[in-house]
Design a protein around this ligand. Structure first.
Ligand SMILES: NC(=O)c1ccc[n+]([C@@H]2O[C@H](COP(=O)([O-])OP(=O)(O)OC[C@H]3O[C@@H](n4cnc5c(N)ncnc54)[C@H](OP(=O)(O)O)[C@@H]3O)[C@@H](O)[C@H]2O)c1
Length: 330
């Protein structure tokens, strides 16, 4: 495993991080014992960064991670990044939402206490606001509340996870020095952050966590166009309409490039997707959803594969897919 610094002053984090959403639920059946095996395997393979959230199974993902932490000596415990969601209301927050109603000071304090209890720790390594709206950029009080909580010793780093329809809303927060870390969607299909978000992260020394590197699994190439996700798997909705068919068609084009580059062996599509997500220098870590020990092992191993060359990246640029969010199938 290779390691990078989380922002200019942050801790050293593994290039491959553990994405803990599916451990909580919403991805069809997930066995807790298998989740713990996946977490342990990842740590054994050098993963020292785990991403989770309050909303992943109403704390189930956090509580499983707490079990892992409790089983390890302090010096071997991975860093855990969790998230506080806004209180009930539209997701992402609408431009009409007031921060007082969604991320009020009392609500944030109470939520941070819940995160500490669920993770069984006295201080959160990194707390991210789970979503944001640029409507709050000029009066970003919730981030100042988190600063006070940091001064009180409740948390370390402060982050914001981007709303997918307006990822660049965090650009001003980075320039205003309000966040240590941002969490961003970036993958072979979604290359837009290269335009501004990642350069500003580099300019401001902000740490960057890349999420959804496999576009919810489809970039692994393992789903057929007519694959049906169970109704209790959120991907039943994510890939609604003809989105899965179109995605699978596009994955086939990526596979052709993989062959053309002569990288078919030993680089798999998963490896290619992870190395692509790791390619921009401002990226600190790539959190991949891992549900089994085998996935943890394969994903962790991708870090040490040779980096993609500028020529390969130039070829892969053609897979950028400007998907609208204007109908259910996206
Ligand atoms: N708003 C936010 O802040 C936000 C939103 C989304 C995600 N996240 C974070 O980002 C993390 C990663 O994103 P994600 O989990 O949504 O999506 P992802 O990493 O793009 O995809 C995860 C899925 O890819 C498949 N997969 C993983 N490793 C594989 C391997 N080696 N071989 C074949 N298939 C493999 C698995 O699918 P199967 O289940 O079919 O096996 C897995 O569930 C999340 O876990 C979460 O921590 C944050």
């Amino acid at each position: 495993m290779r390691y990078r610094t989380l922002g200019s002053h942050g801790p050293s984090v593994s290039e491959i991080g553990f994405g803990g959403w599916a451990l909580g639920g919403e991805w069809g059946a997930q066995d807790d014992a298998e989740s713990i095996r996946a977490l342990r395997t990842a740590v054994d393979c050098g993963v020292n960064f785990i991403d989770t959230a309050a909303g992943y199974g109403d704390g189930r993902s956090e509580r499983l991670i707490a079990q892992l932490l409790a089983s390890l000596p302090p010096s071997e415990r991975p860093l855990v990044a969790t998230k506080t969601p806004p209180s009930a209301g539209p997701w992402p927050p609408s431009p009409h939402c007031r921060w007082e109603d969604r991320y009020g000071a009392a609500y944030l304090r109470d939520n941070v206490e819940q995160r500490l209890r669920n993770l069984g720790v006295e201080r959160l390594d990194l707390l991210q606001l789970h979503t944001w709206t640029r409507a709050w950029n000029d009066d970003p009080q919730p981030l100042l509340v988190l600063r006070r909580l940091r001064e009180e010793g409740k948390l370390g780093l402060i982050g914001v996870s981007t709303p997918e329809q307006d990822q660049n809303c965090v650009v001003q927060l980075m320039r205003d020095g309000l966040v240590d870390v941002v969490q961003v969607i970036f993958n072979l299909f979604h290359q837009e952050p290269l335009a501004q978000l990642l350069p500003v992260a580099a300019e401001t020394g902000t740490g960057v966590i890349i999420r959804v590197p496999l576009d919810e699994g489809v970039l692994s190439g393992k789903y057929a166009a007519d694959h049906r996700f169970p109704e209790d798997d959120f991907r039943h909705r994510y890939f609604a309409g003809d989105r899965l068919r179109r995605a699978v068609h596009r994955v086939a084009a990526i596979e052709e490039d993989l062959q053309r580059l002569g990288l078919g062996e030993p680089l798999s599509l998963v490896d290619l997707a992870l190395k692509f997500a790791l390619a921009p220098p401002p990226v600190s870590t790539v959190v991949v959803g891992m549900r089994t020990a085998a996935q943890a092992q394969q994903n962790a191993a991708a870090s040490e594969l040779p980096n993609l060359t500028p020529e390969m990246l130039a070829l892969l640029a053609r897979h950028n897919w400007l998907r609208g969010v204007w109908y259910a199938g996206k």
